[in-house]
Design a protein around this ligand. Sequence first.
Ligand code: FE2
Length: 411
Amino acid sequence: MQMAYNLKNHSQIENTSEGCPDLSTIEQKLGHGYVTSTPEAGTMLGLLYEVGKKIGSITKLNKLVKQITQMTQSTLNATASSVLLFDEKEQELYFEVAEGESEKALRKIKLNAKSGIAGWVAQNKKPIIINDVMKDQRFDPSVDEITGFTTRSIICAPLLVQRKLIGVIEVLNKSDGSDFNGRDLETLTSVASTAAMAIENAQLHQTVLNAYKSTIKVLAAAIDAKDHYTRGHSQRVMEYTLMGAMPLSLPRDEMDVLEYAGILHDIGKIGIADSILSKDGQLTDREWEIMRQHPLIGSDMLKDIPFLEKARVLILHHHERYDGSGYPNGISGEDIPLGARLIAIADAFDTMTTDRAYRAALSVDRAIKELVRYSGTQFCPIALEAFISGYNNQQKSLDTGNGNYDLSEKD
Ligand SMILES: [Fe+2]
């Protein structure tokens, strides 16, 4: 028999034979420091506690949604779950992250926010249980047709922040084939209110981050515009830095720092006179002295931007050398931050493989041999090994037939 509930018909839920979790049944032993509850309410509270604890500090939207769906799916003993976010402009719902086998296919789907079960929940801002979707005319089988998943039952709740629709969360098919019940819906609805706030925060954080990234790109373009020989250099150094970091399997936030530091490594050149920066002939000793100020100038420029604090340190040290003969501080070996050692290699590689005022570009072969020649003196051997391995991996994925370099590359 089809069972469809929503919270408007709350009494209907409470009339189910299973009963409804009632938080008043939780016996709070205040003053004794512990709480007892029915097993069902305990499950719900446990999930709420976990969701609150785990998602509070997550600012990356996809990671956050993944945590929410994973925890909800396992607590409700379901086979799949997903969060659909609401695109107000397009009036569409789209899958941010889906847990379960159909994840990749779901990512490409956009749903009309006015149709289907998720659309109904979005429109009416009410949760719903449907235990036999084939008997419900709102059910749209097109998603199942794309993913190959067979939806039997569904519970779905809106994600609302002060009545504003953020999206919907849905959980599909109990693993043991049983029906979803009122308790499951209560649990999902409670999770949805916490999740909606966290998702909105993450979206705001993402918006601010995107604004920062746009500003960084403008800054980087300003550096490159000062010298047409270095056009695109900042972007390429950033890309080579990330390529070199890939084999090191660094955490995502460290990769972000490398991205910002890579693209801004020469930001201090904005403070160097054009007559020095674009000089065709050899620089005098005094001019070199001024030129070597650029890591310090760059670091100083960024010192009041907390968002770029970690990147700032890498920018400060991107001209240090592994043997201590670099600048500005002359630090050596592992005292040089790993990111700065990676940027130094990416910087040298791009400088060698592009045309300069005083010489034509070197071939990749030649440039890698030069890097290897100075491994252990100018460049960190570990960072160089990662860079070469990253280059080889990239060439393999592009299927160029190149990319078989190793650290023994010598003339
Ligand atoms: Fe530099």
